[in-house]
Design a protein around this ligand. Structure first.
Ligand code: UDP
Length: 239
């Protein structure tokens, strides 16, 4: 499959058209941003690690009945995926209080929630991705009520599958962000990525942060945290 031209460049990924209308190639970069693009940097080797981790999770989820955009990994940084219309809602699932939730509801980071909390954010950089609810989503025509029900169901199932997998590897799945899209056939599939860029992972014993918070909060050892997550997930820390 030939990369035709870049049709979109995001903060951490580039999207290329291919010779097939319904397929695109995702290229994972080492670029990292935080705080709505205000903080910029590079995490050496991140693109390769995120491509690998995200594909691993998407394959695991497919095996358990979750439809995803993934077609196949092409090389270290590129994957072939179904072309989708991204639903402009970032779906965040939380098991443990951290980040913006801690500030919003005044509960300290690390408190385990009695049950998972699902949130929606409007995917709009100009507005700073504000928190929204199901009424906003319907009024803004981002998704219909029934599509949203389907997304919720998928998100809770994904949480259960990932949590179970990571628990065994002594990783706490604190929270994560999901994006969904419509394929050409109108099917809702999981899209974007699931990686240390989009999840909070804590070592279950030491509570050490093994995700993008090391970059956001200048904690150091960013590259080694991503490698450690790769090792916990696929069994080896090198590619
Ligand atoms: N997240 C993300 N992209 C965003 C915002 C959040 O992937 O644009 C992820 C983030 O990595 C974390 C979860 O969603 O795993 C919840 O993030 P939170 O709302 O606490 O925001 P933050 O404190 O990271 O700004």
């Amino acid at each position: 499959m030939v990369k035709r031209k870049m049709i979109y460049e995001g903060k951490a990924k580039q999207i290329f058209s291919t010779d097939q209308d319904d397929q695109v190639i995702v290229h994972f970069k080492d670029d990292a941003t935080a705080f709505n693009g205000q903080k910029k940097g590079q995490i050496t080797g991140k693109g390769k690690i995120n491509n690998k981790i995200s594909n691993f999770f998407f394959e695991l989820l497919e095996e358990k009945g979750i439809k995803t955009h993934l077609i196949k990994e092409l090389n270290e940084r590129d994957s072939m995926v179904k072309k989708v219309d991204i639903i402009l809602v970032e779906v965040v699932m939380r098991n443990i209080v951290a980040g913006s939730l801690s500030k919003r509801i005044g509960i300290e980071e690390g408190v385990v929630l009695d049950k998972p909390v699902l949130e929606y954010y409007y995917k709009d950089d100009n507005l700073g991705d504000p928190l929204i609810n199901n009424f906003h989503i319907e009024v803004l025509e981002l998704a219909t009520g029934s599509d949203l029900e389907k997304i919720n169901e998928m998100a809770f199932k994904i949480n259960k599958i990932l949590k179970e997998f990571l628990d065994k590897r002594e990783i706490d799945l604190v929270d994560f962000k999901l994006e969904f899209g419509y394929t050409g056939d109108g099917e809702i599939v999981l899209a974007d990525e699931i990686s240390p860029d989009t999840c909070r992972f804590w070592d279950s014993n030491t509570k050490e942060k093994l995700d993008k918070d090391r970059f956001r909060r200048d904690l150091g050892d960013v590259e080694s945290a991503y490698k450690e997550m790769l090792k916990r997930i696929i069994g080896k820390g090198e590619l």
